[in-house]
Write a protein that binds this ligand. Sequence first.
Ligand code: ARG
Ligand code: ZN
Length: 874
Amino acid sequence: KNVYLEDYKPSDYLIPKTEMWIDFAPERTRITTDLHIERRAGAAEDAPLELDGEHIELVSIAIGDEVLGAGQYELSDKGLVLLAPPESFVLSTVVDVEPEKNKSLEGLYRSSGNWCTQCEAEGFRRITYFLDRPDVMSVFTVKMVADKDLAPVLLSNGNPVDRGEMSNNRHFAEWHDPHPKPSYLFAMVAGNLDHISEKFTTKSGKKVDLNIYAEPGKAELCTYAMDALVRSMKWDEDRFGCEYDLDVFNIVAVSDFNAGAMENKGLNIFNDRFVLADPATATDEDYALIERIIAHEYFHNYTGNRVTCRDWFQLCLKEGLTVFRDQEFSSDERFRDVERIDDVKGLRQSQFIEDSGPLAHPPRPSQYEQIDNFYTTTVYEKGAEVVRMLMTLLGKETFHKGVDLYLDRHDGDAATIEQFIKCFEDVSERDLSQFQKWYTQAGRPEVTYSSTYDADEKVLTLNLTQNVPSTPGDSEKSPMVLPIKFGLVSSNGEDLSWERAEGAEVHDDLIVLDQSEANITFHGVSSAPVLSLFREFSAPVSVQTRAPLEEDLHRARLDGDPFNRWESLQSAILNIVTPSMAQDGPNLDEDNLEKVASALSQTLESQELSPSFKALCLKLPTYQDFAQRLSKNIHPERIKQVRRQAVQLVANSLRGQLVTLYSAVKLPETYKPDAKQSGLRALRNQSLALLAALEDKQIFEMVESHYQAAQNMTDRQAALAIICAYAPERAEELLEHFKANYAEPMTVYDKWLGLSASIDDNRAIDRIKMLMEDERFSLETPNRVRSLVGSFIQGNPTQFAREDGAGFDLVADTILKIDKFNPQVAGRFAVAFRIWRNYESNRQNAARKALERMKDEESISPNLSEMVNKTLAG
Ligand code: ARG
Ligand code: ZN
């Protein structure tokens, strides 16, 4: 049941052309497909043709005009085999599918009455018999037929070529996609939808019709997404030279969706929470996420669609590169320093945990059971870091030449990581074979450093080491190529220059460490510097060396790199507070914490730092940050309690300043979700959140009036979240108010679920069980489950990891229920348990029991089984 990279073989048959007729009808949709099949040159003459097909009912099958009888093919629940087909022929199949019964949300299903599809990775085989693999590319023509009232809108990939009326109140639409594509990029939508439209003119003057479709009544909530789309199209032309290549670009927002969105050629389908927004229902963060995901899917048009993946092991070829591109887009559209910090925070909160646990894998795995389990943060976010390192290593200009070459050389191909890397070798004439280990070797390098300064000789000596820890099933690790952006910070904050460096590749602001150890001497350094390493987080490593507090504070105050300014504040706090969280740890070092508070205070006073950056600095390390630092023998309550104590101390020390900040921030009358205004709101809300840690009556009154006076969802949700975190006894009443007044749209209802799940009191478990009975809640809609159970796991770590195991049980029970109809989502939720070995022994036992209970469940899906077994074994 394992699939191995080394077993890859090209397909013996190809399908250059595919024609489909889809007859939508309630209960049963009939799909007729003509596959124009050809044996690949070089394939054996007697090679069998093995078509994938699952959960579909074969009605008839023919080769040309000859209808095949039962003995002429082999049928199983995995597909259909023709033992010795001709060299070139047309295979016609007719199948029936039942989208109404399809709760897996893969293949063709119905969401709020609308038919839609999700094919990546292997959903197309639930629509028709096909060679459902990314290296088989076909030109699709699709004719859709449906009742005019049930489905006035009929959409598929490519360009619309024909439409018309038929008898019995039916109509049809025909779509043709001239670009050969793999089946995972196929899409159809049929239903009753409203839309908004826009026109875009590409750089070479081609006019493109843009449409965003949503359920009736929701179209005006798509305007921000449309704005983001237009900006994405422009940006991709300017920065990567990529110009849109069809006459239309359609986006459809649906309310039942397993993932965030899908990049189907010319017809992106979105989880509607990443499309719908207005100031009353969406927060600034929601807007930023919508912009990101709209851009991400659009950018796939080149990195993913024009150049696709040879096989699913290469998933990060498209995902890592496209995440990198969406990160760059946000950085260009917003504040680069803030985006970088946010992205790194995201990486640490998920990918680092994955990398340190039982599910660790490289961005390009070499084996899997279920590909759907590999849409991971390692493939996506670490994959993006690897691409970013390429840019750092080669320089922006050479990097872009490499991407240009890749998009040109492999246009229309299904490519591999090796081919991608080769393009950068060709443009840079640099050997990247060792660099490529980033794709194939799991685990995060651990780096140490130390330095000495010789004032007489003006020589700085820097010792650097790296070690890649072993990961499950892989203990042989070799050194990686680490691009280390750095600066030598002088006592007044300037970067010191140096005359020459020896001992490693060093140029300008970059050290390249490719051995397990290097001793680098910098000559001509005029005074003793404070080192600033891994500026901009130039490589995804863990620095093990704990800097003395004075150095962290020096960087926090003066480093020319905003990332390391922020990083140094965070690590100073982590260094001071974490020891007190361990069993029999020392008391909190209040004096040192005061010193950090005073550096923070200076940051807040700064004239040159942006409000968004200051807001980030006010977000002290999270529960998860501390848990990761502790890594073993975790008592969640202790982390929470010591953290609260530390936050209180900082808040107390900044109290006056925070109150002034809160009332001094002035916002324009009209709400805009742009980076500038968002930053101001973030700073105000973050000041309030920090103050609330004081648990002071007066402050709580401020928070409640902030809630009452809020003119937008950003402020309203921020206030409510503070109450949920610090005044649980007030939370229920306010949540009731929130539900009654604002939670009519599902996107807001989901926020209500999430906030409710975050309350840490002894009723938490019962509250969640009760919410699952709420009439608007359904386990069948992933957004509901993610909001309620996902927020519980992430946002309520003490209740999730209760010592009595009730939190683990609740999550395991929910996963098992969902597994019966939606294995993809069940498998993804199982990652909640990847940290189970980090807890102290009682909780470990409770978590193991929950895992074993899932494992022993009858007819557990292959998706969940892979996740549970790996989690238990690792
Ligand atoms: N390719 C999509 C994206 O990143 C995600 C598809 C998710 N599919 C899955 N089986 N998990 O934009
Ligand atoms: Zn993607």
